[in-house]
Design a protein around this ligand. Structure first.
Ligand code: GAL
Length: 643
C-alpha cells in the first residue's frame, strides 16, 4: 500500500514537473502577484473560438507559396492544431503581370493557417505563456508572435516569442522584437536572438517530439522571452522607439494581439514533402497580468502607475481639489521629445495615491494648422484653478511656438465647464504690455528706461538686470512669461507667478476676478535672482515659495523664500532640502505645493525628476513639507504616507 502510494505520488510529481512532455496540460500556474486575465486551453473539438480568434488572410510574411485556409486550424483533443498540407489552391489575388509575389503566382502549392486575436484579445504588458509542439522539418515555419494594432508594420511593433526559421542554411529558434527604424521609412529595426536548433537537440534528442513552454514577460521597461524557463532574449524598451515614419511612438507601450501561425517554404526552407501534413500543436495560450493592488503610500522617484497600470504622464504638473476629488494636470511627454505632441493630461484621485487617467484636458492643434497650439509647440507647467463666480475651470500654462525654441515666452489660457475638460483655448500672450510694476518708483522706472540693451547674449552688469534693463526692453511688447504657477489666496484673489526678464526675475501678476486675464497689477520679485519653477503656499499669513535655479533639465539646489505680502518684499531663506542630494533637490525640480484637503497644515511638495533623453520616463518626487521652528523643509523619503 505504502509502496503503491509512493509510486503514485512520484508519477504525479513527474507529471507536474514535466512541461516538455505531451501529457495533457495542467491547470494554469498560479504566479504570486499575477492574475490570469485570458486563456484559451483549446479544450473543445471543432473550429477555433471566434470570440477570441480570427484568421489572418492578407499578410503572408514573405512566404512565397501560401494562402491561408481556415480549415487548417482546428481544436482537437485539448489542442489547437494547425496543419500544413500539400494542396494546390488558386491564388485569389492572381494577376499575371503583377510584380508582387503575392499576386503573380497562379497557384499555391501548400496551405496552412494563421490565427490572431486582433480586435478581440489585446493586451498591454503581462506574462504570455504558450505551450506548444512545433513541427521541425524542412519547410516548416511556425511562429508565436504579437503585433501592435496602432500603426503599420514595422512601426506597430512585432514580438516573435517563437519563430522556427532557417538562417545560413541551419534551422534556428528565434526570439525577436522589431519596430520602426530611426531613419529609413518602413524599415524594421531588430533586436534578435537566434539559437541554433541543434543546441536544443544536443540537450535532448527527443526535443522535437515534446511540448515546450514559451513565455514573454513584458512590462514598461523590458520584454523578456523565455523557452522552458531559459531566457532567450531581453529587449529594453528604452531602445524601441520608432523613427520618423512611426511618429516616434514606442510600439511596446501600446496593446498587442497574439498570432499563431504555420507558414511553409521560404524561410522555413524547402518543404520536405515526405513528412506532410505538418502538425503544429498548441496546448494553451495564457495571459497573466500583474495584480493591481491600490497604492497605499507615495514612492518618490519610482514608476507611478495610473489605475490602468501605465506610468502617469503629467509632468510639470499642478493639482486642483474640487468637490471631493483631486485633479492632476500636467504635460504629456513622449519618448523622444518634450514638445507637445498631445497636450495637457488630467488624472483624478480621491486619495492622492491612486490616479485614474481622465484623458487629454487640452489638446494640441493638428499639424499644419498654424495655430499657436499646433502639435510640437511647447506647453509647460499647466495649472488649473476653479473660479467660484463663473463656475469655470481656468488653465494657465507656459507656451512656446512650434519650431521657435523658447523665444515666444508666452502664457496661454484655456477654460472649461468640467474639471477633466475638454478645455477651450482662449488666447496666449506676453504679460502686462505697457504697464510698469507696482513696486517700482518713478525714479527706478526712469533709470530702467535708460539702459537700452536689446541683446541678451551680451554680458551686462548684474545690477542692470536687478534694476530692470530687460523689463524696460519688453515694456511695449509685454513681459516674458515662462516657468509658472497659479495661486489662489484666502480671499479668492488669484495670482500668476512666473519667470520673466530672461528668467532673471519673477513676476507676481494679479488675475481679474474671472481668472482669465491679468488685472494689470503686478510686482517684480527677487530681481536678478534667476529663479525658475515657482511653487507657493501660505501658512499662518506667511507666503512661502520654493523655486529652482536655472540649469535647464539638470537639477540644482532649490531656494526657499518668504513674504508677508504676495507682492513682496520677498526674502530668500536658503535651501529647503536637507540630507543627501539636498544640493540637487533630490535630482528634481519643483512644480507645485499642494495643500491636502481636510488635513490642516499639511502640504505636499511636488517636483519632477526630468529624463530629457526619454522625457516620458521622468519621475515624480512628492515629499511632505515638514517644519522646523515654523520654517518649511524637505527630506528624502523612499516611501511615505499621509498622516
Ligand atoms: C527648465 C524649466 C522647464 C523647461 C526646461 C527646458 O529649467 O523649468 O520647465 O522649460 O528648463 O530646458
Amino acid at each position: 500500500m505504502l509502496i503503491n502510494n509512493v509510486i503514485y505520488n512520484l508519477a504525479v510529481f513527474f507529471a507536474v514537473m514535466s512541461s516538455s512532455c505531451s501529457l495533457p496540460s495542467q491547470p494554469p500556474t498560479e504566479y504570486e502577484g499575477w492574475e490570469l486575465v485570458w486563456s484559451d486551453e483549446f479544450n473543445h473539438n471543432g473550429p477555433v473560438d471566434s470570440s477570441s480568434w480570427s484568421f489572418e488572410h492578407g499578410f503572408v510574411r514573405n512566404s512565397e507559396l501560401q494562402w491561408y485556409q481556415d480549415k487548417n486550424a482546428y481544436c482537437k483533443d485539448g489542442l489547437l492544431v494547425i496543419e500544413g498540407r500539400k494542396e494546390k489552391v488558386k491564388n485569389p489575388n492572381y494577376k499575371p503581370d503583377s510584380k508582387s509575389w503575392k499576386e503573380n503566382r497562379e497557384y499555391a502549392e501548400y496551405t496552412s493557417s494563421c490565427i490572431k486575436t486582433k480586435g478581440k484579445r489585446e493586451f498591454l504588458y503581462g506574462r504570455f505563456e504558450i505551450r506548444a509542439r512545433i513541427p521541425a522539418s524542412s519547410g516548416s515555419w511556425p511562429a508565436i508572435w504579437t503585433l501592435g494594432n496602432a500603426q503599420k508594420w514595422p512601426s506597430c511593433g512585432e514580438v516573435d516569442i517563437m519563430e522556427y526559421y532557417i538562417k545560413g542554411g541551419e534551422p534556428h529558434i528565434l526570439a525577436n522584437a522589431a519596430w520602426g527604424d530611426k531613419k529609413k521609412k518602413h524599415a524594421p529595426k531588430w533586436d534578435s536572438n537566434k539559437i541554433p536548433y541543434s543546441t536544443f537537440l544536443k540537450k535532448d534528442p527527443e526535443w522535437a517530439n515534446k511540448f515546450h513552454v514559451w513565455r514573454m514577460d513584458w512590462d514598461q521597461e523590458f520584454i523578456r522571452i523565455y523557452l522552458d524557463g531559459e531566457l532567450m532574449n531581453e529587449v529594453p524598451l528604452t531602445a524601441t522607439v520608432n523613427g520618423a515614419s512611426g511618429d516616434f511612438i514606442n510600439p511596446f507601450k501600446h496593446p498587442h494581439y497574439i498570432l499563431l501561425n504555420l507558414a511553409m517554404g521560404a524561410n522555413g526552407g524547402e518543404v520536405d514533402e515526405n513528412v506532410l501534413p505538418l502538425k503544429y500543436e498548441v496546448d494553451y495560450v495564457r495571459v497573466y497580468q500583474k495584480k493591481k493592488e491600490p497604492y497605499q503610500a507615495f514612492y518618490p522617484g519610482q514608476i507611478w502607475e495610473d489605475t490602468d497600470g501605465v506610468h502617469i504622464n503629467a509632468h510639470g504638473g499642478g493639482i486642483l481639489y474640487h468637490d471631493g476629488k483631486y485633479y492632476w494636470y500636467g504635460e504629456h511627454k513622449s519618448e523622444h521629445t518634450s514638445s507637445a505632441l498631445v497636450g495637457v493630461r488630467v488624472y483624478s484621485s480621491t486619495d492622492l495615491y491612486n490616479w485614474k487617467n481622465e484623458g487629454v484636458a487640452l489638446s494640441v492643434m493638428p499639424d499644419g494648422s498654424k495655430h499657436v497650439l499646433e502639435k510640437e509647440c511647447i506647453i509647460e507647467r499647466p495649472k488649473v484653478i476653479y473660479n467660484e463666480r463663473t463656475g469655470k475651470f481656468v488653465m494657465w500654462f507656459h507656451l512656446e511656438h512650434k519650431g521657435k525654441g523658447y523665444s515666444a515666452a508666452e502664457y496661454g489660457v484655456a477654460v472649461s465647464d468640467n474639471p477633466v475638460g475638454p478645455f477651450e483655448f482662449l488666447y496666449s500672450s506676453r504679460s502686462c504690455k505697457g504697464v510698469w510694476p507696482i513696486n517700482m518708483t518713478e525714479d527706478e522706472i526712469r533709470k530702467a528706461q535708460q539702459f537700452g540693451y536689446t541683446d541678451r547674449k551680451k554680458k551686462i552688469p548684474r545690477q542692470d538686470v536687478v534694476d530692470g534693463c530687460w523689463l524696460a526692453r519688453d515694456i511695449q511688447t509685454g513681459q516674458m512669461s515662462r516657468d509658472m504657477t497659479l495661486f489662489v489666496d484666502d480671499n479668492g484673489k488669484a495670482y500668476h507667478i512666473f519667470s520673466s526678464e530672461e528668467n532673471q526675475t519673477l513676476h507676481v501678476a494679479e488675475l481679474t476676478d474671472d481668472y482669465l486675464y491679468h488685472s494689470g497689477k503686478y510686482a517684480r520679485i527677487l530681481p536678478g535672482g534667476h529663479n525658475e519653477a515657482p511653487a507657493i503656499f501660505k501658512k499662518d499669513g506667511t507666503y512661502w515659495m520654493i523655486t529652482s535655479g536655472c540649469t535647464g533639465w539638470a537639477p540644482n539646489a532649490a531656494r526657499l523664500s518668504k513674504a508677508q505680502n504676495i507682492f513682496g518684499p520677498w526674502t530668500t531663506v536658503g535651501n529647503p532640502c536637507k540630507g543627501d542630494n539636498a544640493n540637487k533637490t533630490f535630482f528634481s525640480q519643483s512644480t507645485y505645493i499642494l495643500p491636502v484637503h481636510g488635513k490642516g497644515n499639511t502640504w505636499i511638495f511636488l517636483a519632477d525628476r526630468w529624463t530629457p533623453d526619454n522625457p516620458i520616463n521622468a519621475r515624480y518626487i512628492w515629499l511632505p513639507v515638514e517644519f522646523d521652528c515654523g520654517v518649511p523643509f524637505l527630506k528624502w523619503k523612499d516611501e511615505w504616507k499621509l498622516k
